[in-house]
Design a protein around this ligand. Structure first.
Ligand SMILES: [Zn+2]
Length: 122
């Protein structure tokens, strides 16, 4: 059976790279934006592992050379476009930090036990 993004091996590697990039405080490669590595999945500034060459276009799922850190917002707008196509779009939110209209999460000391405080709905 082919390995897909739900495969345990992929998820394990993804988690390792997330931790490494979190330590490096790596920014979103698409927009240069701040990534909140601890934000819950679905938050616009949460970490997403982007495949530079989309899987849908034949990119390698498991090849770290095809991996890059992105925030959800950019990753979602890139979708399955290739990078050149995406960066050629006028709508690409390049270099903006934070994204317009998004307020970084105001975090309590830990998260998980209590709800995240956000100053604005997202
Ligand atoms: Zn971004």
């Amino acid at each position: 059976m082919a390995i897909d993004r739900h495969h345990r091996q992929y998820r394990t590697r993804r988690e390792l790279i997330r931790k490494r990039w979190a330590r490096e405080q790596r920014r979103c490669y698409l927009g240069g934006c701040y990534i909140d590595y601890e934000a819950p999945a679905g938050h616009p500034q949460s970490f997403e592992l982007d495949h530079i060459v989309p899987i849908a276009r034949g990119g390698a799922l498991m090849d770290p050379d095809n991996w890059a850190a992105s925030c959800r917002k950019c990753n979602r707008s890139k979708s399955d476009k290739d990078l050149d196509t995406y960066l050629g779009q006028a709508a690409a939110p390049q270099g903006r930090y934070p994204h317009p209209g998004i307020t970084p999460i105001q975090r309590t000391t830990t998260w998980g036990d209590e709800p995240l405080r956000t100053s604005r709905k997202w």
